[in-house]
Design a protein around this ligand. Structure first.
Ligand code: GTP
Ligand code: MG
Length: 370
């Protein structure tokens, strides 16, 4: 959980930490730079500097805690959420395309995934799997880091005609940090230059030893082009998911994560969200990051209208008053007024933070010119 230290507080107020410590001493509090301050101390100190402190209760954290408190009897099995990660051009989107029998790559500008997409897929055995695609571009590191947190299983794609690359390592690190099980997909096995053993060797060097070599990581040779090995890959994903015994309560207010959001000229703000627990319904009041709204319409990734979206379901929704950021939590609230208040508090904080950043940039620039 987050906390505010004397140092944090000083930068929030744009004063030196020494001044904060001085004021604390005058108030009879002896604090060190990185010491955690409680709410009362923060209020008193900020007041000395002419600031009013408002504490924003983290509704989404509370809701997530409630989730954990769900009665075991209310929980039912939910589909695994699988994120496909890996280096640029190693075939993440192609793999997902093959899996869902569509073709997004052809329509994408420059072939680079522009954003995280979310799709629900039914396997041959009739089981549902939810997939998240992530962009390979470096600028999206932060989003990928967030992507790893909503996910149950991570597929790391490595092109067998290439090598373990910096972003392969980064993706593995993210998955490990999030504690998600990893499955290795050795892709492009159809290519004449494919050398999966070389990739296995490189993975072994970073302590990712695959099962065939006596390690604990499942791996699968695949081709996103011919489809070779993809049913086996899916089976391995389901096997991994089974071990996790994933459950959620569909009969509660929805909580989940924003995957992407943008302004559509015709439809207004469109947000793709992933429901993680509960069920999202038309008419629900949703708080998502610094935005809120009443759900006007919902569609699946093929544009089919939906009335309700249960656990592990990705859905596009209309009705928010702005575009929340990828990775923001969303939750359904009873009171529209409360949702509006929290959203407006959060946008206030965001505005102030961006003003502060801009100010620093300007000072930096001046410094450079001197
Ligand atoms: P970014 O989203 O840009 O990070 O790339 P990506 O990992 O999603 O890769 P993408 O699916 O766009 O594939 C990159 C290129 O590799 C495309 O030209 C694909 O057609 C090709 N490709 C992907 N998988 C395979 C495969 O299994 N075999 C062959 N021969 N080509 C493949
Ligand atoms: Mg892609």
């Amino acid at each position: 959980t987050e906390f505010v230290s004397a140092n944090d507080l000083s930068s929030l107020m744009d004063v030196s930490v020494n001044d904060v410590i001085k004021v604390c001493m005058q108030l009879g509090m002896f604090v060190s730079i990185n010491q955690r301050l409680d709410a009362e101390a923060i209020t008193v100190i900020a007041d000395e500097f002419g600031y009013n402190v408002e504490f924003i209760t983290s509704e989404d954290e509370q809701a997530l805690e409630d989730t954990i408190a769900d009665d075991e009897a209310d929980l039912i099995e939910r589909a695994p959420i699988v994120t496909i990660m890996g280096h640029v051009d190693h075939g993440k989107t192609s793999l997902l395309d093959y899996i869902r029998n569509a073709n997004v790559t052809a329509g994408e500008a420059g072939g680079i995934t522009q954003h995280i997409g979310a799709y629900s897929v039914k396997t041959e055995g009739g089981r549902m799997v939810t997939f998240l695609d992530t962009p390979g571009h470096e600028a999206f590191t932060a989003m990928r880091a967030r992507g790893a947190k909503v996910t149950d299983v991570v597929i790391i794609v490595v092109a067998a005609d290439d090598s373990v690359m910096p972003q392969t390592k980064e993706a593995i690190n993210h998955a490990q940090a999030a504690g998600s099980p990893i499955i290795i997909a050795l892709n492009k096995i159809d290519k004449p230059g494919a050398n999966p053993d070389k990739v296995r060797e490189e993975l072994a060097q970073m302590n990712i030893l695959v099962e065939e070599w006596g390690g604990k990581y499942q791996s699968q040779e695949v081709s996103a082009k011919t489809g070779q090995g993809i049913p086996d890959l899916l089976e391995k994903v389901l096997l991994e998911a089974e071990l996790l015994e994933l459950k959620a309560n569909p009969d509660r207010q929805a909580v989940g994560t924003v995957i992407e959001a943008s302004l559509d000229k015709g439809r207004g703000y469109v947000a793709t969200v992933l429901v993680q627990t509960g069920s999202l319904k038309i008419g629900d009041v949703v708080l998502a990051g610094a935005h809120y709204g009443r759900v006007k319409a919902m569609t699946d990734h093929r544009g089919k209208k939906m009335k309700e979206a249960g656990p592990s379901t990705p859905v596009q929704l209309l009705g928010l008053d702005g575009a929340p950021q990828a990775g923001d939590k969303f939750l359904v609230m009873e009171s529209e007024r409360e949702a509006r208040e929290i959203a407006s508090n959060r946008s206030q904080v965001q505005r102030e933070q961006s003003l502060r950043t801009r100010k620093h940039i300007t000072l930096d620039e001046i410094g450079r010119r001197l």
